[in-house]
Design a protein around this ligand. Structure first.
Ligand code: ZN
Length: 290
């Protein structure tokens, strides 16, 4: 049986064809244009491959309430062409196969929990730090939805007094994680592209501090067994060690779990399935579709 996987992103759509064992047989990436152009191309790809199930992990925010008439709709995205677009319903009806739908970060969290850096954990968080910041959370082995779905990227942080941009740049909140620590936040604060900054730039000290505040908040609220952090910003792998040290410091000795205090190197980790955690997660979602 061929299982289709779609990681729907704001800049690109990644489509994969997997077998039941999870072997990636074929994949294709196309730029995200307005739905009228993008959707027919995706439907054509999946139809041609003869998929029997489809898993979708998408950018959001999305409506994930199972009893909602708008289930599977992309809601308040700044990408206006996609606002209120019923992605799940359109694909399910066009392809006439069972579909499962979740956020891209929940899909990635599921993949890392089942097969990647957090395998063996029932409770773990996957965070991606890039153009935006998002996180998927698995509790009891399943992605958390709750009332909507978690929006870790918009948790409020305490700005560093030496931060020249302490308010961040999120249009909705002052001093939220994404506004202070996403890739564009680093660039905006530095006045030049973050990709061109040297590793010893002070911007990365601040970055590690903010991501450590995030880790502390996640630990205090969710008690995860592992925190997986990936995304473009973490391609500077030296950041990870700074985040670990700063997290332990900020915990202030209050949390005494040796998994964190003695073995933080294996507690806050890079993803193992990067850069296709989301696509593999979409396959897992598709495999379980009924
Ligand atoms: Zn925000």
């Amino acid at each position: 049986m061929k299982i289709g996987a779609l990681e729907a992103g704001g800049t690109k759509m990644v489509m994969g064809i997997f077998d039941e064992e999870g072997h990636l047989l074929e994949d294709k990436r196309i730029p995200t244009r307005p739905p009228a152009e993008t959707i027919p191309e995706m439907i054509g790809f999946f139809q041609e491959k003869g998929i029997e199930k489809l898993g979708i992990g998408t950018f959001g925010p999305v409506d994930l309430r199972p009893d909602s008439p708008d289930f599977g709709t992309i809601t308040a995205t700044p990408k206006l062409d996609w606002r209120n677009y019923p992605l799940y319903t359109v694909l399910r009806e066009a392809l006439s196969v069972p579909c499962t739908f979740d956020t891209d970060v929940n899909a990635a969290a599921l993949a890392e929990c089942r097969l990647g850096a957090a395998r063996g954990c029932e409770n773990a968080v996957y965070v991606t730090v890039g153009t935006g910041i998002g996180a998927g959370i698995c509790v009891g082995g399943k992605p958390v939805h709750g009332l909507m779905h978690p929006e870790v990227g918009h948790m409020l942080l305490k700005p560093n007094p030496r931060d020249p941009m302490p308010q961040g740049f999120c249009p909705y909140h002052e001093s939220c994680l994404e506004g202070l620590a996403s890739g564009p936040a680093i660039s905006k604060r530095a006045g030049r592209d973050a990709g061109n900054l040297p590793d010893d730039d002070p911007a990365f000290t601040l970055e590690a501090e903010y991501l450590a505040q995030m880790c502390v908040n996640l630990i205090m609220v969710l008690s995860p067994e592992k925190i997986v952090i990936g995304g473009g910003v973490l391609e500077r792998e030296f950041l990870l060690d700074r985040i670990r040290k700063e997290t332990v410091r900020l915990l202030g000795g209050y949390i005494q779990a040796p998994e964190i205090t003695a073995r933080v190197d294996s507690y806050i980790v890079l993803p193992e399935l990067y850069p296709i955690s989301g696509l593999i997660g979409a396959w897992l979602l598709g495999r379980d579709a009924q």
